[in-house]
Design a protein around this ligand. Structure first.
Ligand SMILES: [Fe+2]
Ligand SMILES: [Fe+2]
Length: 305
């Protein structure tokens, strides 16, 4: 489908990287679109839901999401993560502005339900606008506006299971606080005794910066933007899908004091990501000058991706 009618007219411009395509046609996994995962997480943590409810997911009710997690938990090994980091953290995919990547990401629009699905930029704006309405600092609003730009990995041809999904440390025992923990049985690292102890390859309380997280859009956008953002924003971007830690308190044995402090910010950020979604489309035309100033305040014209 085309971009929704009130979407960033001046963002459309000539398409810089790829013809308009949808995740449906990208066909890179069992999800109909990446939002299906985001929606599943939001329903999992629906406000007011009890802890017990969190654990009861019906595979039948969510076949695409269930298959997605099966793939994610099967293939996210330490070797895979190291290989992906070596490939993508060189940041050798060229210099682009935040706006160019936002425009590019916006080509990820689902075909299936053009009237209700929000574009990627609209999700970013709903998140950042909710943060702004609550009077948070400008860097916090900016974190909301850019937090999912790492999903551009999908347009680099990465499969869905290596772009989205709850993230978790690799190289040590998988917490049973991770959604669908039973799927880790098929992960080759589960057969590696050295990766299956509580600490695995890590030292106690070594700090999350020393820990390899499963590969996805969080780690990528953190590395792309880290030099330009204050530390709390870096944590928000890097760990926003690390639900086992920020929702369930797992992996404290790998966190140091700085992580503990900074996770208070990750927890502050999380509800804006989960609960700001609404059918009301943000008016990007009106909002654009504010966001142009905001992006220019923190970022140079182009950065390495
Ligand atoms: Fe995300
Ligand atoms: Fe998000």
């Amino acid at each position: 489908m085309c971009a929704p009618p009130d979407l960033p007219v001046n963002l459309r411009g000539p398409l810089l990287y790829a013809p308009m395509q949808s995740l449906r046609t990208l066909g890179n996994g069992p999800l109909e679109n990446l939002d299906e995962w985001d929606d599943f997480v939001a329903s999992r943590y629906r406000e007011g839901k009890s802890e017990d409810d969190f654990r009861s997911y019906s595979a039948e009710a969510n076949p695409g999401v269930t298959e997605f997690y099966r793939q994610n938990h099967t293939h996210q090994t330490l070797d895979f993560v190291l290989e992906r980091r070596a490939e993508f953290l060189k940041l050798s995919r060229g210099k682009k502005s935040i706006w160019e990547v936002a425009e590019y990401l916006n080509t990820l629009v689902d075909d299936s339900d053009p009237d209700t699905d929000l574009s990627q930029i609209e999700h970013l704006l709903q998140t950042s606008e909710a943060i702004r309405r609550d009077g948070h600092p400008r860097w916090f609003v900016l974190a909301g506006f850019i937090h999912d730009l790492g999903k551009v990995l999908c347009l680099y041809g990465e499969p869905q299971w290596s772009v989205v999904g709850d993230t978790f440390p690799v190289g040590c025992a998988h917490s049973d606080q991770i959604v669908f923990p039973e799927f880790f049985a098929a992960n080759p690292d589960s057969k590696m005794p050295q990766y299956q102890t509580l600490y695995g390859i890590y030292a106690p309380r070594c700090g999350l910066d020393q820990v390899y997280m499963s590969w996805g859009h969080d780690e990528y956008i953190f590395h792309v933007t880290k030099n330009y953002l204050p530390e709390p924003a870096q944590y928000m971007l890097r760990y926003h899908s690390f639900y086992a830690a920020h929702k369930h308190g797992a992996y404290r044995h790998l966190m140091n004091e700085q992580d503990e402090r900074m996770f208070e910010w990750v927890k502050k950020f999380n509800p804006y990501d989960l609960y700001s979604k609404s059918a009301e489309r943000p008016n990007f035309k009106e909002l654009r000058p504010y966001y142009e100033d905001l992006v220019a305040e923190f970022f140079p014209a182009q950065i390495d991706w």
